[in-house]
Ligand binder design. Structure first.
Ligand SMILES: Cc1ncc(COP(=O)(O)O)c(C=O)c1O
Length: 449
């Protein structure tokens, strides 16, 4: 490893980072994270903050899970790679598929198609939804519905159903035939509706209206996050996903639950859909499936969808997939990570620590006028929307957001900014004392605004 001076000098010089301006990163170099232990990360300047971002909503087991590390290492020596394309598989992949279907049995998921991450999973799910309808002799069902404020990755399909224009405009034109409904976001919505249950009903009515307008025979699937993560931790009313399920059933539309963030305990239940008491037709997963230690994603399918493929003629073949689909090292990470996730019962800790974090931030909102909205309380995902004028809900400017971020960091916690939101998704193994560190750091961060 080169020394710190080399790292500082070359930082962002030859490496373009995701979701940022390459020139700005050369001017304001990214923090260099060189190590991590438990729920803390260490940068080369000697800070060791609590990582309230959990890597990127993914390091659910924290940074020190030796069982997963060992499984990855052992598999590298056993079989570092082999393809799962037609004709071959590997023991780890078979074991991982079994572990995954067991984990998701209560959600009605019985098959998995492995990918390399969340964006792959979303694109694959959208393709499979179209193919499903083709196989059922409804080839005109090609369109997709989704929610504004949703995030579904950055491949063309995912970006097209994405509900944040920041990730869309630069790359338009996107996939035709994608239509967006309002987000169940009580703080700001086109109906000026602050009651979550009434808002859910209004969005459901808008969905029916849109389906009738498009004609149900043209719509393949509706995709949603059970709790919208990157869009600002938008927690819908408990009735919302059920409404969506009912409408999808009424019109023969597949419901895809994007569990890339919500899956594996983050909501306080093993899946976001389960949290709301809904069984989707398909799920997309990634991140927490390996605690971020190895890039793996997957599409899950219930029997209703799987049967159509498996009983079809040659046209049931799946003509999509990735070099790293069912990668043996990734699969070994999955098996170990799921076993650790269950052993540690991370969902229960997520529920308790999530409540502590949410309640603590609500208390801070009494102290700081710049806190316009606090969202969370359902597991370990919390969003804080900052405003410069509470009455007018004026979004906080970027410079102040950066100041809050840096002051919070220096006080002992790494948080994430999403526009004028502070987003938090700490490891699910975080302790009560470590959540208190996050709250104290936020207090210092807001004081610096
Ligand atoms: C809900 C959701 N879907 C899909 C993705 C894309 O996943 P990836 O970044 O692994 O491609 C993300 C990433 O944050 C996500 O939050």
């Amino acid at each position: 490893m080169k020394d710190d001076n080399f790292l500082r000098e070359m930082n962002a010089r030859h490496l373009w980072h995701p979701m940022g301006h390459p020139g700005e990163q050369q001017a304001n170099a990214p923090k260099i994270i060189k190590g991590a232990e438990g729920v803390r990360i260490t940068d080369i300047d000697g800070h060791d903050p609590v990582d309230a971002v959990g890597g990127l909503w993914c390091v659910n087991l924290g940074y020190s899970n030796d069982a997963v590390k060992q499984a990855i290492s052992d598999q590298l020596w056993q079989l570092p790679y082999y393809s799962a394309f037609a004709g071959t598989t590997n023991p780890a992949a078979i074991e991982a598929s079994y572990a995954v279907q067991e984990f998701f049995a209560e959600d009605g998921m019985t098959r998995v198609f492995f990918t390399s991450g969340g964006s792959d999973s979303v694109d694959t799910a959208l393709r499979m939804a179209r193919q499903y309808h083709r196989l059922r002799n409804e080839p005109t069902r090609t369109k997709f519905l989704s929610l504004k404020k949703g995030y579904h990755g950055t491949h063309w399909g995912g970006a097209s159903v994405n509900g944040n224009n920041r990730f869309r405009i630069t790359y338009e034109p996107l996939l035709p035939g994608c239509f967006h409904l309002p987000s169940p976001y009580t703080y700001r919505n086109p109906y000026d509706e602050s009651d979550p249950a009434t808002l859910a009903e209004k969005i459901a009515a808008a969905m029916v209206d849109e389906i009738e307008f498009q004609d149900p025979s043209t719509i393949a699937a509706f995709i949603m996050e059970p709790i919208q993560g990157a869009g600002g931790v938008i927690v819908p009313d408990a009735s919302f996903m059920k409404h969506m399920r009912d409408i999808c059933d009424r019109y023969g539309i597949l419901l895809i639950s994007d569990e890339v963030i919500c899956g594996f305990g983050r909501t306080g239940d093993w899946t976001g859909a389960r949290h709301w008491g809904v069984q989707p037709d398909m799920m997309t997963i990634a991140k927490g499936i390996t605690s971020g230690y190895f890039p793996v994603g997957g599409v899950l399918l219930g029997d209703k969808v799987a049967d159509v493929f498996e009983s079809a003629g040659p046209e049931g073949s799946i003509w999509t997939g990735y070099t790293y689909s069912a990668h043996p090292v990734g699969a070994a990470a999955v098996v170990s990570c799921l076993s650790e996730t269950l052993r540690l019962d991370t969902k229960t800790n997520a529920a308790a620590r999530g409540k502590q974090l949410y309640d603590g931030v609500c208390k801070l909102a009494e102290k700081y006028d710049i806190i316009g909205d606090v969202r969370g309380g359902h597991g370990l995902m919390t969003g804080i929307e900052l405003v410069s004028d509470r009455a007018k809900k004026t979004p906080m400017d970027a410079q102040t957001m950066k100041r809050v971020h840096q002051a919070t960091y220096e006080a002992g916690t790494m948080v994430r900014l999403g526009a004028h939101n502070v987003l938090m998704s700490p490891p699910l193994v975080i302790s009560e004392a470590e959540v208190d560190v996050i709250l104290a750091s936020l207090d210092a961060g807001f004081a610096a605004a």
